[in-house]
Design a protein around this ligand. Sequence first.
Ligand SMILES: C[S@@+](CC[C@H](N)C(=O)[O-])C[C@H]1O[C@@H](n2cnc3c(N)ncnc32)[C@H](O)[C@@H]1O
Length: 171
Amino acid sequence: MGTDRLCPTTKQYSRSSFQFISEKLLLKKGLEDALMGYITGKKKATELAHLIWQRIVQKGDNVVDATCGNGYDTLALLKMVADESGKGRVSGMDIQSCALENTSSLLDESLNANERELVELFHLCHSRMEDVIPEGIFLRLVVFNLGYLPGGDKSDNYSARKDITSFGICM
Ligand SMILES: C[S@@+](CC[C@H](N)C(=O)[O-])C[C@H]1O[C@@H](n2cnc3c(N)ncnc32)[C@H](O)[C@@H]1O
C-alpha cells in the first residue's frame, strides 16, 4: 500500500488506502455483491471476510488464524491452502483451551487425515505468535476474528492492547 499506512497521529487510514482495498480486492475481483450484501445486512461479516481471503490466499500458502474460537475460520483457511502438494499450512491459536478443543473437534470431523495434518493448533496469546511460527516463513495472511468466543466464557480474557501488539508483529 506504499504510503497508505495508518497515520500515527490521527490513527486513521488515508482515503487512498480504502481506494486500494476497494479497487484491488473488491471491485476488480467482482465482490461488489458481497460487499452490498454485508452493508444491507444480508451477509454476515465472516462470509464477506472469507470471500476476501479467497482472493488473497493461494494453494500451498502458510497462513495464521490468530483467534481460532470455534474453528470455522481455521477450517475455511485450510480449505483455501490445502492441495495434493501438502505444502499449505494453517497455524491456529487461541488463549482459551475450550476454543482449541472446539476447533480440534470441528477439524477432526470435517477433514481427512492428510488435510488434518496441515493444521497445527497452539494454546497461546497471539501476541506471542513469533514463538511458534518458524523464522523466515512467508505468511500470506494472518486473520484476527476479534471478540468473545461465541457461547463461551466472557470473563476478562480479551485485551485490545494485545491485539494492537499482535498487529504490529504482523506488519
Ligand atoms: C470471535 S472468537 C473467534 C471466532 C473464530 N475465528 C471462529 O471461526 O469460530 C474470538 C476468539 O479470540 C480468542 N482470543 C481473544 N484474545 C486472544 C488473544 N490475545 N490471543 C489468542 N486468542 C484470543 C478468544 O478466546 C475467542 O475464542
